[in-house]
Design a protein. Structure first.
Length: 420
């Protein structure tokens, strides 16, 4: 289960944001707002609330990505290079939507933030005014089918005093297969219009894609009801009968009034039908730089980890004898417990976010008389309450730390986590 690893990793960030991000976010804000716009002039609020119906459509064709479909708006291909496409879309507003397509990228969160910075630099040059401040004001996470996306809106100020100008740059990103799509709109308002347009754009990339996964899930992550990112899992049975697992996560978390922390992670692992782990490779990108990369496999009868953590090389054996549980095995253990008369069980897992050179014992305990959770995962000081069915499929979960609550809710689910 990807969320066990990702929530373990997020705990230090939760502690940090409790002292920073939520210190400046008033309690009356909506689930998505970071900064309240109610204190701004009435004309500003009205501009932010406006929407529009997009009537025109244009065919977008990218042979290299098997894309050939009509998309909302009037499209103009501005630039094309190897593994890169840049479009402008006229959606009937004062400014066009700019869309970038990449086949080489850092991740949904890190690449989104990088392009926002690039976009604001372009606004500075266009207006011949230096930036005097940027503020993340709105964040959201959702999914178009099995494709999760991130939204971040940034308010910027250019110049000082009477010459100061302000604007809002909306940006949204999603990965489809091996390519990343990021679109930006430098205009106040049209929030829902922008998302509807992006859904149309993403459909052009997913229309001809297929999945052999017997189970897929996408979860939304939130802190105190503020969306911060997503987790995606995909489980496929390979030709040998083993289970191939792809687990990914992305998050954008405000850390103060002007900055956000960005994180993208990807794990590919393989497990046997009995739930034991065969091997795994993973990497993470944190705030625009490589955070870690690992390869776990059995060498000479011992579990061996190689790679890099925060710039330091790692090459060592785990101090563990015996098998490890895979992500598939985690679901299997959950289903076995839920279908039995037992109240507890325990599994050994390699959770690199907790200790890349060790293992962690994960305890599972049934919870009674609770409509929102029926199972507790205990990983050292971390306790995660989830709502699971008898097949081990989790629909929601929560983890509390002091006054902070991190939640996960299902955005998309297909199939069952356990092979028949």
């Amino acid at each position: 289960m990807t969320f066990i690893k990702r929530l373990t990793k997020s705990l230090p960030i939760i502690c940090f944001t409790s002292l920073s991000a939520l210190a400046f976010a008033p309690k009356q804000l909506s689930a998505h707002e970071i900064v309240s716009l109610k204190e701004f002039p009435e004309w500003f609020q009205e501009a932010v609330e406006r929407e529009k119906r997009i009537r025109k459509k244009t065919r977008v064709k990218i042979d290299a990505l098997n894309v050939n479909k009509k998309v909302l708006g009037k499209a103009t291909l501005i630039e094309e290079d190897e593994g890169y496409w840049f479009y402008n879309f006229d959606i009937g507003t004062g400014s066009p939507v700019e869309c970038h397509v990449y086949t080489s990228f850092d991740g949904t969160a890190n690449s989104l933030h990088h392009l926002i910075e690039f976009g604001i630099q372009g606004v500075e040059a266009l207006n011949e005014k230096k930036r005097s401040g940027t503020y993340p004001i709105y964040t959201d996470t959702g999914a178009f089918g099995n494709t999760p996306y991130l939204v971040l809106e940034t308010m910027y100020n250019l110049g000082e005093g009477e010459n100061r100008a302000s604007g809002i740059l909306k940006a949204i990103s999603a990965q489809t297969g091996d390519s990343l799509q990021i679109c930006m709109h430098n205009e106040m308002g049209y929030r829902d219009t922008f998302v509807r347009f992006f859904e149309s754009f993403i459909e052009a990339f997913t229309e001809n894609q297929s999945s052999d996964a017997f189970f897929e899930s996408v979860y939304k992550l939130s802190i105190n009801e503020m969306p911060i990112g997503f987790i995606k899992e995909s489980y496929t049975k390979d030709a040998d009968g083993d289970v191939a697992i792809i687990e990914s996560s992305s998050s954008i978390i405000p850390v103060d009034a002007s900055n956000v922390a960005r994180s993208d992670g990807l794990t590919r692992s393989w497990g046997r039908p009995d739930g034991t782990l065969i091997n795994a490779v993973e990497h993470s990108v944190e705030n625009g730089a490589l955070g870690s990369r690992y390869e776990l496999s059995v060498k000479d009868g011992k579990w061996h980890v190689s790679g890099e953590m925060q710039g330091k090389a790692i090459d060592a054996n785990l101090e563990h004898e015996g098998t490890l549980t895979s992500g598939y095995g985690n679901y299997l253990a959950t289903a076995q417990l839920m279908q039995s008369d037992a109240n507890t069980s325990e599994i050994d897992m390699w959770v690199s976010e907790a200790d890349p050179l060790g293992i962690i014992k994960v305890s599972l305990e049934k919870i009674k008389d609770n409509n929102e959770a029926n199972l507790k995962f205990i990983m050292g000081p971390i306790m995660l309450d989830v709502l699971s069915d008898e097949n081990g499929k989790v629909s929601q979960g929560s983890m509390k730390h002091s006054s902070m609550e991190m939640k996960m809710d299902t955005l998309y689910s297909k199939g069952e986590p356990i092979l028949p």
